[in-house]
Design a protein around this ligand. Structure first.
Ligand SMILES: Cc1ncc(COP(=O)(O)O)c(C=O)c1O
Length: 257
């Protein structure tokens, strides 16, 4: 799903330039701080190709793995490829502790920095309160964290149950001639949100109408960001892949059984 790495490279060629090993946006002159792939619905993106592009342009990779806890690319967990990765434990995710999430990194310095900024930038001290920069109160309360630990133990069960459901859907939709999205080579999907790809927007709209009228909750994908008022001025490409998918993809019930 999403932009192909070749298209991203072409996009960067047009919009970016390398100066002293730092990548800048040609139009705004601003530094490109990171490339932030997102593994939509738990389907891993083409990480190898993306890493090649990022290395070429000296752009750090930061993975938004909010939806893809348990997904793998070439046998390695999504979220563990970039300098940083994030997971969400929001109520709608594969495991939850009510809200919040986790930042992961193999770089100790980045990990310490993330912890400092997310815990109000308070300097460690037994009783003094001194904040040495602007920080954020994003720490997870212990109560939620204990729930997250218990949920993590359930993760293999959740993933197995979702995979069983995905297999049932795969067989059912194959018989109906409907494209149920499954794993691509080299990937393992957590099946957080399962989806079908329909032939056209008209077919999608009919599918949404009939299922919802029959009390089966299905829904279209989220609004494309550039259509939202606060982002519609942002630099972007023609979004034709996103628009293609928006017209055809429907999420179907995906809960653990
Ligand atoms: C791709 C993606 N990124 C980020 C988030 C935000 O995570 P949270 O709700 O834990 O803030 C979500 C969903 O909630 C998401 O799906």
């Amino acid at each position: 799903m999403g932009l192909s790495p070749k298209a991203i490279d072409a996009f960067l060629d047009e919009y970016a330039e390398l100066r002293e090993d730092i990548c800048y946006n040609k139009k705004s002159g601003r530094k490109i701080s990171a490339c932030l792939p997102m593994h939509t619905f738990g389907f891993p993106v083409h990480l190898d190709e993306l890493i090649t592009v990022c290395d070429k342009w000296n752009i750090p990779l930061v993975e938004d793995a909010a939806e893809s806890l348990g997904s793998e690319y070439k046998g390695k967990s999504t979220g563990s490829f970039g300098k940083l990765g994030i997971f969400s434990f929001n109520g709608n995710k594969t495991i939850t502790c009510g809200g919040g999430g986790a930042i992961v990194s193999n770089d100790l310095e980045i990990g310490k920095r993330a912890k400092h900024l997310t815990t109000t930038a308070k300097r460690p001290h037994p009783y003094e309160f001194y904040h040495d920069e602007l920080g954020y109160n994003y720490r997870m309360p212990n109560l939620n964290a204990s729930l997250a630990c218990a949920q993590l133990e359930q993760l293999p069960f959740m993933l197995g149950s979702k995979r069983e459901l995905a297999n049932i859907y795969r067989d059912f939709f194959a018989e109906q001639g409907v494209n149920f999205r499954t794993e691509l080579p080299d990937t393992k999907v957590n099946y957080w949100l399962m989806c079908v790809e329909l032939e056209s927007k008209a077919e999608r709209d009919l599918f949404l109408k009939v299922t919802n009228e029959n009390k089966v909750m299905t829904r279209p994908i989220w609004q494309l960001m550039y259509r939202l008022p606060m982002y519609n001025h942002c630099q972007r490409d023609d979004q034709k892949n996103a628009e293609f998918l928006e017209e055809r993809i429907v999420n179907i019930p995906s809960s653990v059984r």
